[in-house]
Design a protein around this ligand. Structure first.
Ligand code: GLN
Length: 493
C-alpha cells in the first residue's frame, strides 16, 4: 500500500514512476477521510491544495526538476503559519486567523517539493503533554492496549502530528518542541521524533510559546526519514536572529555510519526513583544494543537534573505570558466586546484561552512581577545555566547520551492526573535537553507488557544531529520495531 511506504521509499518510487505524486497524495487524503473522524489528528484538511500541489510535483518529476521531498505528503502542526490556510494553535482566541505569509520552516519544505495534506491538532498553544487541551477536541492515539478499547492520549503537544504519522495519515509531520513536545508524543505513538539544536530551524512564522526553548523538528516513521526532513527544514534565516548561521550537513549520510569507539553516556540522575522495572529493562536493552554496535558505555552525571522541571515551569510560563500578551482581541483573532478597554481584554482573554493556557499566563505573570522576579525568574535563569553546564561536562566524557524518553507509555484519556503538577512530571526526561538547547531524538524501541510503544531518547552535542542520526539508526536497526497501531490506513477503520 502506498501509505505504508517510508519517505525514502516513496521518493525513490516517484522517481522510478512506479506511482504518481497524485496517487500518493490521494491515498493519504482517503486514509484521512476514513480515520480522522475517530483520531481527530487533523484540525484542517487541505485536500484540494494537496492534489494541486501533487499534480505540480508530478510535472516537476517528469521534468527532472525535483528536490528530495517532491510529492511527499506531510502533516503540518497547526502552530506553523501557512499562507492562506487557517492557523489556530488549537485555540479559540485566534478565531479564523488565516496568515498572509508562510513560516520559514514550511516555506523550506514547500521549496523542497513537499505536499501539505493538512494542519495537525495540538495542545492549545503547544502547552501540554496529552493533546487534551486543544480547543478542537482531544486526539486519540492510534494504539490500543492489548484486548482493551480504552482511548489513549497520543502525548503532546504535537499529538496530532504523532497520531497522523503513526496511523499512516501522513508520511511525516512537523512538530515543535519546547520541553518535549516532539519526543514524548513520538514515544507514545511508536514513531521517531527529532528535536534539533535550538537555532537549527528558524522560528519565524511559528506561533511562539517560549521563545528561548521553542524548536521545530521532524516526526517520521524512520530515522532516515527524520534525517531527510530535517535537512529540508533547517538552515539560517535572517528573519530569526536566533537561527544559527551554520551549514546544513547531509544528515541522511549519517544513517548507518560506524559507531566504533563512540562513547555513549548513561546519566545516573535519570534513574528516577519509582521508574518501572519495565522501562528500566528497555533502557538496559538499549545500552546493550549500542554496546553490541561498537559503542563504549560510560557513566555520566547531570547533577542539576532534579531542578529541571521546576525551572522549566518558571521560564516557559514566563515567556509564554509575555508572548501571549498580543492576543488582546484588538488587532486580530476573536473579540468579546466590553464596556471599557479593560473589560474587552478580560472577556476576550477569558473566553479565548483554555484553562491550561490561563494557568500558564497567571504563573508567568506572577514570576515576572516586581516582588517575585528575583526569587523565581532570576533564580531559574541561574539554574538553567547550571543545567547547561552539566551537559557541557557530560559531553567531555561522552559523545551522546541515552535515556528513556518518557516515564510511562501512553495513558487513557480518563487517566490523566487531576493535579497539573503531577502532569508536569511527565516531562522529566525531556525538559533538561530543552533547557540546555541540546538536540535530542526519540526512537521507538519496544512494546510494554500491555502492547504499547516505549521510546528511548538520545541527547547530543549542540549542532551534532548527525551523531544522533547515526546512533538512532543503529538503535532502530537493533530494536527492529515493526509493530503497528490498531488504527492505521488500510487496517481497522
Ligand atoms: N509538556 C510540556 C509543556 O507542557 C512541553 C510542551 C512543549 O514542548 N511544547 O510545557
Amino acid at each position: 500500500m502506498l501509505t505504508d511506504l517510508t519517505i525514502a521509499q516513496a521518493a525513490e518510487g516517484l522517481r522510478k514512476h512506479d506511482f504518481t505524486a497524485v496517487e500518493l497524495t490521494n491515498a493519504h487524503v482517503e486514509a484521512i477521510g476514513a480515520l480522522n473522524g475517530r483520531l481527530n489528528a487533523y484540525i484542517t484538511v487541505t485536500a484540494d491544495q494537496a492534489t494541486e500541489a501533487a499534480a505540480q510535483a508530478d510535472r516537476n518529476l517528469a521534468a527532472g526538476d525535483a528536490p528530495t521531498l517532491t510529492g511527499i505528503p506531510l502533516g503540518i502542526k497547526d502552530l506553523f503559519c501557512t499562507k492562506g490556510v487557517r492557523t489556530t494553535a488549537a485555540s479559540r482566541i485566534l478565531g479564523d486567523f488565516t496568515p498572509p505569509y508562510e513560516s520559514t520552516v514550511t516555506a523550506n519544505l514547500l521549496a523542497n517539493g513537499a505536499v501539505f495534506v493538512g494542519k495537525t491538532n495540538l495542545d492549545e498553544f503547544a502547552m501540554g503533554s496529552t493533546n487534551l487541551t486543544s480547543a478542537f477536541g482531544a486526539v486519540e492515539n492510534p494504539w490500543r492496549r492489548n484486548g482493551d478499547d480504552t482511548p489513549l492520549v497520543p502525548g503532546g503537544s504535537s499529538g496530532g502530528s504523532a497520531a497522523a504519522v503513526a496511523a499512516h495519515l501522513a508520511m511525516g509531520a512537523t512538530g515543535t518542541d519546547t520541553g518535549g513536545s516532539i519526543r514524548q508524543p513520538a514515544a507514545y505513538c511508536g514513531i521517531v521524533g527529532l528535536k534539533p539544536t535550538y537555532g537549527r530551524c528558524s522560528r519565524w512564522g511559528t506561533i511562539a510559546f517560549a521563545s528561548s526553548l521553542d524548536q521545530a523538528g521532524p516526526m517520521t516513521r524512520t530515522v532516515e526519514d527524520a534525517a531527510i526532513m530535517l535537512a529540508a527544514m533547517a538552515g539560517h534565516d535572517a528573519k530569526d536572529s536566533t537561527s544559527a548561521n551554520i551549514a546544513v550537513p547531509d544528515y541522511r549520510a549519517a544513517c548507518g555510519r560506524s559507531l566504533k569507539g563512540l562513547r555513549v553516556g548513561v546519566p545516573a540522575e535519570y534513574r528516577a526513583p519509582g521508574m518501572s522495572a519495565e522501562l528500566q529493562a528497555v533502557w538496559d536493552r538499549g545500552v546493550a544494543m549500542l554496546r553490541e554496535a561498537g559503542c563504549e558505555i560510560v557513566d555520566v552525571s547531570l547533577p542539576h537534573t532534579k531542578y529541571g522541571l521546576a525551572t522549566y515551569y518558571i521560564i516557559a510560563p514566563a515567556e509564554a505570558s509575555s508572548n501571549l500578551a498580543r492576543y488582546d482581541g484588538v488587532r486580530f483573532g476573536d473579540r468579546r466586546e466590553g464596556a471599557s478597554l479593560d473589560e474587552l481584554y478580560e472577556r476576550t482573554r477569558h473566553d479565548g484561552f483554555g484553562e491550561e493556557v490561563r494557568r500558564r499566563i497567571l504563573v508567568g505573570t506572577y514570576v515576572l512581577s516586581a516582588g517575585y522576579y528575583d526569587a523565581y525568574y532570576l533564580r531559574a535563569q541561574k539554574i538553567r545555566t547550571l543545567i547547561q553546564r552539566d551537559f557541557t561536562q557530560a559531553f567531555e566524557a561522552a559523545d551522546v547520551l541515552l535515556t528513556p524518553t518518557a516515564p510511562t507509555a501512553a495513558f487513557g484519556h480518563n487517566e490523566k492526573p487531576e493535579d497539573p503538577v503531577q502532569m508536569y512530571l511527565n516531562d522529566v526526561f525531556t525538559v533538561p535537553a530543552s533547557m540546555a538547547g541540546q538536540p535530542a531524538l526519540s526512537v521507538p524501541v519496544s512494546l510494554d507488557s500491555t502492547g504499547l510503544p516505549l521510546g528511548l531518547q538520545l541527547i547530543g552535542r549542540h549542532f551534532d544531529e548527525e551523531t544522533l542520526i547515526a546512533v538512532g539508526s543503529a538503535l532502530e536497526k537493533a530494536a527492529d520495531f515493526t509493530a503497528r497501531p490498531t488504527f492505521r490506513a488500510g487496517a481497522a477503520a
